[in-house]
Design a protein around this ligand. Structure first.
Ligand code: UD1
Length: 343
């Protein structure tokens, strides 16, 4: 029998790519999403790619009664991959309570439901934002967490702590937090990808929308950082590589094998790329000249961060396979495809 996995935020960017990889690896997938930042049609697109349309349940995870009803009607769940969360750093500064309530109440409800309904494994979508500006680069998992710069980042730190404390007192639940660096790109079919609400905050959707003609120009936030070309450095990884890591993580939780009840992994390429290098890569693969200008720094930006992914390489047997150019190419194909479909 196929193992059943819940993917919360399953119609979102990383959730949808993970659902595809799970289905292609023989899991039965149930998506839960309140469609706050995504569309129900994504479930159909997942179905088109894989040939299997996943079950989609539309409700808010902050509603404990709905969650309870759901688990009463859906038994034998092998694990949960929890993506559903608000994720806009800037917005979180202006709406802290919304962020704390949504991101933390949903997580607490899920952990509660896991205890009530004997669900053994949780993969949590965390972020390299927990490290702040690390003193040593590349950053390893044992680098100290720094005080969060935004309520969004704080929900990831607190979320990890809530999980750690919960699994340490309940031997029936195990969890893995995956700290993502900067996921970009789209599925090679161009059927699914990142679909930001309104004006994108993240670099790559802003680049592709500008090249497509939806935005006038990209603002490069600062070129006076202490980096080789003066722009910030990040570790951009292909979203399909990232999605595959979730399959490995959930498999590991299902196997159990006397490991620590709570584990943390960095997911990145190990390579730092500047904003200008990211633009060059886009221009190379798209053949388009991008309109951009250098402006002032964005408040709260980290100067430079990239992962030491060797722990995930060794323990999970996972590493990134796609290049920056592959990721940019697929992001561009997706932008073109989605705009045509939306016309
Ligand atoms: C941040 C967090 C990440 C979080 C994500 C959620 C860090 C290190 N990273 O990503 O954990 O999950 O927000 O949104 O805290 N840039 C421009 N012009 C733009 C947009 C971005 O120059 O219009 C630059 C930024 O200054 C940055 C880089 O591009 O140097 C990447 O920015 P972005 O895609 O927003 O991601 P992070 O801020 O790294």
């Amino acid at each position: 029998m196929k193992k059943k996995i819940i993917v919360t935020g399953g119609t979102g960017y990383i959730g949808s790519h993970t659902a595809v990889e799970l289905i292609e690896n023989g899991y039965e997938v149930i998506l839960i999403d309140n469609l706050y930042n995504s569309e129900a049609i994504v479930a159909e697109w997942i179905g088109k790619i894989t040939g299997i349309m996943p079950q989609l349940e539309i409700f808010d995870l902050c509603d404990i009664n709905k969650l309870d009803d759901f688990f009463s009607n859906n038994k034998n769940i092998a694990g949960i991959i929890h993506f559903a969360a608000y994720k806009a750093v800037g917005e979180s500064v202006n709406k802290p309570l919304e962020y704390y309530r949504n991101n933390l109440v949903s997580l607490i409800n899920i952990l509660d439901a896991m205890k009530q309904h004997s669900i053994p494994g949780l993969v949590f979508s965390s972020s390299c934002t927990v490290y702040g500006q690390p003193e040593k680069l590349p950053v390893t998992e044992d680098a100290p967490m720094q005080p969060a710069i935004s309520p969004y980042g704080n929900t990831k730190q607190i979320g990890e702590e809530i999980i750690r404390d919960t699994v340490s007192t309940d031997k029936n639940i195990n969890s893995i937090s995956l700290r993502y660096f900067n996921p970009i790109g789209a599925h090679p079919s161009a059927m699914i990808g990142e679909l930001p609400r309104g004006i994108p905050e993240n670099l790559v959707p802003f680049i592709t929308q500008t090249a497509y003609g939806l935005r006038d120009e990209l603002k490069v936030f600062g070129n006076d950082y202490n980096t080789p070309d003066g722009t910030c450095i990040r570790d951009y990884l292909h979203v399909v590589d990232l999605a595959k890591a979730h399959v490995t993580a959930i498999k590991r939780l299902i196997e159990k094998k006397n490991r620590e009840s709570y584990e943390v992994f960095n997911l990145g390429t190990g390579k730092g790329v500047s904003v200008l290098e990211a633009i060059e890569s886009f221009e190379r693969v798209s053949g388009k000249k991008l309109k951009y200008k250098i402006t002032g720094r964005r408040a709260g930006d980290i100067e430079k961060i990239w992962a030491d992914p060797s722990y995930a390489n060794k323990e999970l047997g996972w590493k990134t396979l796609s290049s920056l150019d592959d990721a940019m190419r697929t992001a561009w194909e997706w932008e073109n495809n989605i705009r045509k479909r939306k016309q």
